[in-house]
Design a protein around this ligand. Structure first.
Ligand SMILES: Nc1ncnc2c1ncn2[C@@H]1O[C@H](COP(=O)(O)OP(=O)(O)OP(=O)(O)O)[C@@H](O)[C@H]1O
Ligand SMILES: [Mg+2]
Length: 272
């Protein structure tokens, strides 16, 4: 009996899940190379979702077609039910998707705080340039965004370095700053491309706690790419695995970890 009740509860939970991002047969070709080959998966609101696969599997390219860097050759990308495939990156950001980059992209000569404030303008009416020049329409927004930016720096454990030049931060903190800047756009969905890369074990553990907080306390949906298996398996509740652009496995960490196709793909990588 108890088991049935539990199953019913699970079914109700699944029914109440609201899709936020759906890839349907998303494909992109670069010349003769199909970098992403008919990939389909769905993220529900509040998911903490992992995208993994060996080098060159097409993970970053998936981020690029979601965020408008590239237009998919075919297939749909639905965000809150709207097809966003081929929209410009600024438009995608305004709709509520933001990302970090595999190769950190910060304004190195600006302060930590300024980097986050600038992120906040991406979804504001006041343009980035008038904001930077502090033209009259931007002044009020700047004050408000500064406060929000400081709050985000607290969350990311960077408040003590708010006035430092971004380029002077150690690598792990730069990665956290990129996440703070992405969060400043007020996204519903945040895409993190290898957020733990180059971090030591303590930094990785702190990052995992922060990513959970972003989902739990800030109601964000998170999709992350990561090579560190331990990190991704401990953090993500569902995972999709790509290899040579093709989805080879999907499911809970347990399912994916024990899938012979996944093991083979990673062993193949080691021997290459
Ligand atoms: N703009 C482009 N033009 C041509 N080929 C591209 C382009 N972008 C990506 N590719 C190719 O698409 C494939 C997938 O690349 P992608 O960067 O998405 O892999 P990845 O899974 O993120 O790998 P890594 O783990 O090394 O970051 C690679 O073969 C790459 O060379
Ligand atoms: Mg990549």
């Amino acid at each position: 009996m108890a088991n049935t009740a539990e199953q019913e509860t699970q079914a109700t939970l699944d029914e109440s899940a609201t899709p936020i991002l759906e890839l349907a047969d998303a494909t992109i070709k670069f010349g003769g190379l199909t970098a992403v080959d008919s990939v389909s998966f769905t993220l529900n609101k509040g998911d903490l979702f992992g995208l993994i696969g060996p080098n060159g599997a097409g993970k970053t390219t998936v981020f690029n077609i979601i965020t408008g860097v590239y237009k998919p050759t075919s297939g749909d990308i639905l965000f809150n039910g709207r097809n966003i495939a081929g929209l410009k990156p600024e438009k995608v950001a305004q709709l509520g998707i933001c990302r970090t980059f595999q190769n950190i992209r910060l304004f190195g000569s600006l302060s930590v705080l300024e980097n986050v404030v600038v992120g906040g303008f991406l979804r504001k009416k006041t343009g980035l340039f008038s904001a930077l020049a502090l033209l009259p329409p931007a002044v009020n927004e700047t004050t408000e965004l500064r406060k929000k930016a400081m709050d985000l720096l607290e969350v990311m454990d960077l408040a003590d370095v708010a006035q430092s030049r971004a380029a002077d931060l150690p690598y792990g903190k730069q990665r956290r700053l990129e996440i703070a800047r992405a969060m400043a756009t007020g996204p519903d969905l945040i895409l993190l491309d290898e957020p733990a890369a180059g971090m030591n074990p303590q930094e990785k553990e702190a990052l995992a706690t922060t990513v959970r907080r972003i989902r739990d306390d800030f109601d964000k949906t998170v999709l992350l790419i990561e090579h560190d298996m331990r990190f991704v398996m401990n953090l993500c509740e569902r995972i999709v695995v790509l290899d040579h652009g093709v989805e080879i496995s999907a499911g809970t960490p347990d399912i994916v970890r024990n899938d012979p196709k996944v093991i083979e793909a990673y062993l193949g990588e080691e021997s290459e």
